[in-house]
Ligand binder design. Structure first.
Ligand SMILES: [Zn+2]
Length: 275
C-alpha cells in the first residue's frame, strides 16, 4: 500500500478523466490521496473531492504564489473549511522566492497566518519552500512546537538537518528520478577538449533521500506536476508514486515493501488518517 501525500486532483488537468485516474491508482495499490489546497477555490474543490471519494483527504490553504490574494477574510474562510470532515492539514503555504509570483512580504504574512491557524486547529502544516530556506526556517522555528512536512524537498544538507532537527517530515517527489545530466558544452582551455560536467541537482536530491531517516520520509507526486523520468513533459498522476517508491528503495537499499510500509505509516501518523 502507498499513499500519495501531495496531489492536485482538483486541477483542470484532471477534468477529462479524474475518475479513471483515481481508479488506476487504486488498482495499483495507492490506497489514499492527500489532495492539497492551493487557493481558496482549490481548497473548496479539494474539500468537495474528499467528501465524494472515501480514499481522498483534503488540505486547505493558499500557495505562496497566490499570497497577494490573501486578505483579512481568507483566514476565516480557511478556518471554516478546515472544520469540515476529512480536512487533515493546512497548506500548502510557505515561501517561493524562485518565482516570486506574489510579493515577499505578502508571502510571509500569509504563511504566518496559516501557521497560526494550523496551531489553533491543532492541524499539521504542508510547507512549500523554494529558494527561501533561511526565512522559511526562521518562521517555522519561531512557531515550534509545530507539526510540518517540507514538501517537494529541494534544499541542501544543512536545510535538511535543520528541518529534521525541528522534527519535521520530509517529502520527496518524482524529480529524484531525473538522472544527473551530463553537459559537455564547455571546453578545457588548455587542451581544447570538451569537458564533461555533471548536473549536481538530481544527484544531490538523491543524497538528501539517503540522509533522511525512514521514520521522517514521505512520498508525493505533486500531480499534475513533476512526472518521473521517462514521462517528463506529460501530466503526472498518483499512479506514478510507484516509480518514486522504487527509486527510494534503490537509493536506501531496502525493499520496496519496506519503503511502502514505512512511508504509509508516516503519512497516517502525520495526517492522523482515520480509517
Ligand atoms: Zn503542490
Amino acid at each position: 500500500m502507498l499513499i500519495d501525500t501531495h496531489c492536485h486532483l482538483d486541477f483542470s488537468a484532471f477534468d477529462p478523466d479524474r475518475g479513471q485516474v483515481i481508479r488506476r491508482a487504486l488498482e495499483a495499490g495507492i490506497n489514499y490521496f492527500i489532495n492539497i489546497g492551493a487557493t481558496l477555490e482549490s481548497s473548496a474543490a479539494s474539500y468537495e473531492l474528499a467528501q465524494k471519494h472515501p480514499e481522498i483527504y483534503a488540505t486547505v490553504g493558499l500557495h505562496p504564489h497566490d499570497a497577494d490574494t490573501f486578505d483579512s477574510s481568507s483566514a476565516d474562510k480557511l478556518r471554516q473549511m478546515a472544520s469540515g470532515k476529512k480536512v487533515v492539514a493546512i497548506g500548502e503555504t510557505g515561501l517561493d522566492y524562485y518565482r516570486n509570483l506574489s510579493g515577499k512580504e505578502n508571502q510571509k504574512q500569509a504563511f504566518l497566518k496559516q501557521i497560526a491557524l494550523a496551531k489553533e486547529l491543532n492541524l499539521p502544516v504542508v510547507v512549500h519552500c523554494r529558494q527561501a530556506e533561511e526565512e522559511t526556517l526562521q518562521i517555522l522555528k519561531a512557531a515550534l512546537p509545530l507539526q510540518a512536512v517540507v514538501h517537494c524537498f529541494s534544499g541542501d544538507e544543512s536545510f535538511l538537518q535543520e528541518c529534521l532537527g525541528c522534527g519535521f517530515f520530509i517529502s520527496f517527489t518524482c524529480n529524484i528520478t531525473y538522472p544527473a545530466r551530463v553537459s559537455n558544452s564547455r571546453r578545457d582551455p588548455a587542451s581544447g577538449n570538451k569537458m564533461v560536467q555533471r548536473d549536481k541537482k538530481a544527484s544531490t536530491l538523491r543524497d538528501m533521500v539517503k540522509l533522511t531517516p525512514l521514520d521522517k520520509l514521505m512520498l508525493e507526486t505533486d500531480a499534475p506536476y513533476l512526472s518521473p523520468e521517462g514521462f517528463r513533459g506529460k501530466r503526472n498522476e498518483p499512479l506514478q508514486i510507484k516509480l518514486l517508491a522504487e527509486e527510494v528503495s534503490r537509493i536506501k537499499g531496502v525493499s520496496f515493501e519496506e519503503i511502502a510500509d514505512r512511508t504509509t505509516q508516516n503519512a497516517k501518523e502525520f495526517f492522523n488518517l482515520k480509517e
